[in-house]
Design a protein around this ligand. Structure first.
Ligand SMILES: [Zn+2]
Length: 266
């Protein structure tokens, strides 16, 4: 056998071993946080990518149920981190960004049917605008077990504004929610997933306990609570297979220790 052939054969074995390890090694310990936007059959082109049709969403929930997952809220996760609550065997967190009205009309009845919970992050200056949740809907969702979090007042990327405005976005959105009857707002979602090294301290100062990014991966008890990673679930082009692959991708990222830009922040 020529040297080149031997080398190629070794490379093939190495790649195969890596592949088998990725597929068959046990899933890393951690909590997946799924990132959704809308659950709707929208034909609107701009929003298409953010819509998960209700039938696909049901399939995803059926799959999670069949795999033994139990939904928890962000606050449940934080209570567990502080030893104040025990997590179920396979916890998972469903999050919905932006506060679209279909979260009330379509998502909430499905969640109730499945006995599942979720966290909805609202843009406070959009509340009551067309296609967005209004205050009555938000309060009713909260009473029916949905956790409400802040997604800032205006949904501008926090990394592109001065410190004063950044603080206003974080602080005033929380206050507005609480003044309008939403329970203490503990959780936050970065618009466009944009954050930098100043954010954890700013959020802590403003009495948030946790925040979610758009970075892929699972969360362990060691993950910075202000830099929680998520699994993005956009409009599925390949049905449930795509959903399974996205969950698996988060596991792979965690197994390989890929944390996108988390290192520079922690
Ligand atoms: Zn958003």
């Amino acid at each position: 056998m020529s040297r080149l052939k031997k080398w190629l054969l070794s490379l093939c074995f190495l790649l195969l071993a890596c592949f088998l390890w990725l597929v068959f090694s046990p899933a890393p310990e951690g909590v997946s946080v799924l990132e959704y936007h809308e659950v709707a059959d929208s034909v609107d082109d701009d929003a298409y990518i953010y819509n998960v049709p209700p039938e696909d969403f049901r399939q995803q929930l059926d799959y999670l149920k069949s795999q033994g997952y139990t939904t928890i809220s962000m606050l449940d996760y934080m209570k567990a981190r502080h030893g104040k609550m025990e997590l179920p065997a396979k916890p998972i967190i469903l999050t919905f960004d932006d506060g679209y009205e279909d979260n009330y009309t379509t998502l909430l009845p499905i969640l109730e049917e499945y006995g599942m919970k979720a966290t909805v992050y609202v843009i406070t200056n959009q509340i009551g605008q067309p296609d967005y949740l209004n205050w009555d809907e938000l309060r009713d969702m909260q009473n029916r077990g949905i956790e409400i979090g802040s997604h800032t007042a205006n949904h501008d990327p926090l990394t592109q504004m001065d410190a004063q405005r950044r603080e206003d976005e974080v602080r005033l959105s929380k206050l507005l929610l609480e003044w309008n009857g939403i329970h203490t707002v503990y959780t936050f979602s970065y618009p466009n997933g944009a954050f930098d090294e100043t954010m954890p301290a700013l959020l802590e100062k403003n009495q948030y306990l946790t925040a979610v990014t758009g970075d892929a991966g699972l969360n362990t008890m060691a993950t910075n609570p202000y830099l929680m990673q998520r699994v993005n679930i956009p409009h599925p082009r390949f049905g449930l297979t795509e959903f399974k692959l996205r969950l698996w991708k988060a596991e792979v990222f965690t197994k390989l220790g890929i944390h996108q830009h988390l290192e520079e922040v922690q």
